[in-house]
Design a binder for this molecule. Structure first.
Ligand code: NDP
Length: 486
């Protein structure tokens, strides 16, 4: 019998008025149910928002340093419970356990960073043209912020949104992806343990079309921070603009790697495959296209296949597994359909291509790491996000053509180049249309103290993480104090 978990509203654990639940399923073993969670209604969403609304005045009035201290205490809690969090991430979203531990480490670093941010300046003193005027700016909280998050980083993404939101004085309502409500519940337990004042953090589990929509449209909400698919993000942008609310969107990617003939090909292949196949390509920054320049195509393709053959496929809980199950059966079918369409469009499979159903694999959502060659740069598979372990090889006659191909899609999240040329590396950083750029590095993998976000359809432009987060989660007051007045 699975345990039933509750929403967290105004410091209390509460059930939904729907009397219905949704279940969280282990992607590596679909018979393993992690628990039952509230299938919340619009009314439940309103209760969460009312709670955040009631708490916002008191929370914004306490010292920012004190708000930061709550985050530092949360970081300690996470450190003390890191094993439980990492195991739960692997069980709930399928991630390899080493990567889950990395995600927990990142969440701790984020809480520490924004905890310390509690003691940092939140405005500037600016010279006035009149020496008698003290001219300064002050950052003020937005109020109630809705956080709508995806399943692929069920701990790090909610934390990198809520940590700055809270330290700058906002109250929040979190709606996690329906696939990963357990991690969100563990986050609520963390805030409960550290004694965050009632109503400052609220958790409402439920569907995007019910709870998610309400978290955008309720008039007491002041801003929405979202990570997820491009279609949902664009919808949120329209609705938020209509409501006069601030919105922050991090969406899809179709991240390219360019390999030049002078590169260390063995290292480039190793890193390209790591970016494409780890976590089965389910990172928004995963490598999805490799654009190979000049006459190294055959040699580089062989290296990619060789590296892929050595990857161990298995459940995330096994420390040796690199290629893990994808989130659910729907995603599995979608990836297979995209591979089949690519073949119809003229691509060739040089490795993988099929679901894995033998033995214990049948219980989970496994698909072979897949490499496609002969991919046309403007074909469906080369332009649309797969969110699976699928890498498309595209050939380019020279560096300029490779840049043109890399920039030809609607996305612009992350990109990498492999070369020994300093000049071309710098030129790449200038010309590539991406928010995150790696020179001789993996498209995936970020540090929390620097801004993160994409260009074009990958992002709404306002950056997350690092110092940049303050721009989204606050408004600015400009204050003129005329000391000559009596
Ligand atoms: P979705 O857009 O389907 O879901 C993201 C969140 O939005 C979920 O909580 C979902 O709820 C909710 N949602 C769905 N529909 C609505 C709606 N109409 N109104 C409000 N909220 C809604 O994306 P996935 O969860 O499938 O995540 C995968 C996608 O996210 C990929 O395309 C990936 O590229 C992108 N992504 C981007 C990242 C980035 O930083 N750029 C990072 C990680 C992922 P529910 O689960 O209940 O449907």
């Amino acid at each position: 019998m699975s345990k039933t978990f509750k929403n967290y509203v105004n410091g209390e654990w509460v059930t939904s008025d729907s009397n219905e639940t949704i279940s969280s399923i282990n992607p590596a073993d679909n018979d393993d149910v992690l628990g039952l969670f509230q299938a919340s209604t619009i009314n439940d969403a309103d209760n969460g928002i009312d709670s955040a609304y009631s708490a916002k005045k008191e929370w914004s009035n306490i010292s920012q340093v004190e708000r930061g201290n709550y985050l530092l205490n949360a970081a300690k809690y996470l450190e003390n419970n890191s094993g439980k969090f990492a195991d739960s991430i692997t069980r709930e979203c399928g991630k390899a356990i080493l990567e889950s531990r990395g995600e927990v480490g990142r969440a701790i670093a984020l809480l520490q960073y924004y905890g310390i941010e509690g003691s940092n300046p939140i405005g500037d003193v600016v010279p006035s043209i009149n020496p008698k005027i003290l001219l300064y700016t002050k950052k003020i909280p937005l109020g109630v912020v809705s956080l709508i998050t995806p399943w692929n980083f069920p701990l790090a993404i909610p934390i990198w949104k809520m940590a700055p939101a809270l330290v700058y004085g906002n109250t929040v309502v979190l709606k996690p992806a329906s696939a990963t409500p357990l991690i969100a519940t563990l986050i609520a337990e963390m805030w409960d343990y550290v004694g965050l004042p009632k109503g400052v953090f609220n958790l409402i589990v439920g569907s995007g079309s019910t709870v998610g929509e309400r978290l955008i449209n309720n008039p007491k909400v002041n801003a929405v921070s979202f990570t997820g698919s491009t279609n949902t993000g664009k919808d949120i942008a329209v609705k938020s603009a209509q409501n006069g609310n601030k919105f922050q969107l991090e969406m899809g990617g179709k991240n390219p790697v360019i390999v030049l003939p002078d590169a260390d090909l063995n290292q480039a292949a190793e890193i390209t495959i790591s970016g494409a196949m780890k976590y089965s390509g389910q990172k928004c920054t995963a490598t999805s296209r490799v654009i190979v320049v000049g006459d190294i195509l055959e040699k580089f393709t062989e290296l990619l296949v060789e590296k892929t053959k050595s990857l161990i496929i298995g459940p995330g809980i096994d420390e040796k597994s690199i290629v893990v199950p994808v989130i659910d059966k729907h995603s599995l079918d979608n990836i297979e359909n995209m591979i089949n369409k690519a073949i119809k469009d003229g691509a060739e499979i040089v490795h993988g291509g099929s679901k894995i159903n033998e033995g214990f694999f049948d219980k989970g959502n496994f698909i072979q790491p897949t490499i496609l060659s002969n991919v046309e740069h403007d074909s469906f598979i080369a332009c649309e996000e797969v969110f699976g372990p699928v890498l498309s090889i595209i050939s380019a006659k020279d560096y300029d053509e490779a840049i043109e191909i890399a920039n030809s899609v609607q996305y612009g999240l992350s990109a990498a180049i492999f070369t020994k040329s300093l000049n071309l590396s710098m030129d790449f950083a200038e010309r590539i249309e991406a928010g995150v750029i790696k020179i001789n590095g993996e498209t995936a993998g970020l540090e929390p103290q620097v801004p993160f976000g994409g260009l074009k359809s990958s992002s709404s432009g306002n950056r997350e993480q690092g110092k940049a987060a303050i721009e989204f989660f606050t408004n600015t007051k400009t204050i003129y104090v005329d000391r000559s007045a009596t």
